[in-house]
Design a protein around this ligand. Sequence first.
Ligand code: B12
Length: 224
Amino acid sequence: MKRKQELLKALSDCVVDMEDESVVQVAMEYVAAGYPALEGIIQGLTDGMQRAAALYEAEEYYIPELLICSDAMYNGLAVLRPHAENTASLKKHRIVIGVVEGDTHDIGKNLVKIMLETAGYEMHDLGRDVALPRFVDKAIEVDADVVAMSSLMSTTMSGMAEVIKMLEEAGIRDRVKVIIGGAPISLAFAQRIGADGYSANAIEAVRMVDRLLGIAPATMGIAP
Ligand code: B12
C-alpha cells in the first residue's frame, strides 16, 4: 500500500497532468487506505489545481488544459467528498455563498463551500455569475448568519461592495457577517469595502467563520 504522501502527490499530479480518469483510481486507493478525505481534497486535488493555475499564469497551459484539469479535480472530489468527516450536527448556522455577477470562475467557491459544509455549516449555494440582489434576497429567505462572496476577476470584485450596501439598505447588515475571497481579493480591499473577513484559502475560511460566529478563538480575519 502506498504511503499517504505518495498518494497525495499522485492526486495532485493527476489534476495538473489532466488525468481525469486515473484520478478516480488514485482517489479510491487513498480512501481504501483509510486516509482522511479532507486532506486528500486540500493537499491533493486543490494543490493540483493551484499548480495548474500557476502553469496557466506562466502561459504553459491554456483554457482547454485548465478545463481538463478541473474535470480531473471534480472526478477526484466525487470519490473523496462522501468520505469527508462531517460535523453537521454540531453547528446550526446558515451561509449563503456565490460568485458575483459577471464572473464564472467557481472552482475556488466550490472548495470553500465543501470545506464549510464539512465543518458543519448549512450551505446555500447560489452558484456563479450571481445577480447581486440575489445575495440579499437569499440571506433574508434563509435568515443567513454569513454571506460569502467569491470573485476571481478584478472587473467583478466591485460587486462585493455593492452587495454590502444592499445588505445595509435592507436593514440586515448588522446581523449578517460578510466574508469575501478569490485571487484578486486582499485584506486591504476587504477592509476598504467593510467586509467582516477575508481569507486566502478554503481551510482558513472555515477558521475565520468559526471565529466570526464565536465558535473558535480569534486567530485570523479582520474583525478583532
Ligand atoms: C481556472 C481558470 C479559468 C477557468 C474557470 C473554470 C471554473 N469553472 O472556475 C476557465 C478556463 C473557464 C476560465 C475562464 C476565464 N478566465 Co480564468 N482563470 C482561471 C485561473 C487560471 C485559475 C482559477 C482557479 O480555479 N484557481 C484554483 C482555485 C483553487 O483557487 P481560487 O479560485 O483562487 O480559490 C481559492 C482562494 O482564492 C479562496 N477563495 C475563493 N473564493 C473564495 C470566497 C470566500 C468567501 C473565501 C473566504 C475564500 C475564497 O479559497 C479558494 C480555495 O483555496 C485564473 C488565474 C489565477 N491564478 O487565479 C484565471 C483568471 C481568473 N481568469 C481570467 C480571465 C480573464 C478569464 C476569461 C475572461 C478568459 C477569456 N478570455 O474568456 C474567462 C472568464 C469568463 C468570465 N466572465 O468569468 C483572469 C482574470 C483577470 C482579471 N480581470 O482579473 C485570470 C486572473 C487569469 C489572468 N491572469 O489573466 N478561467
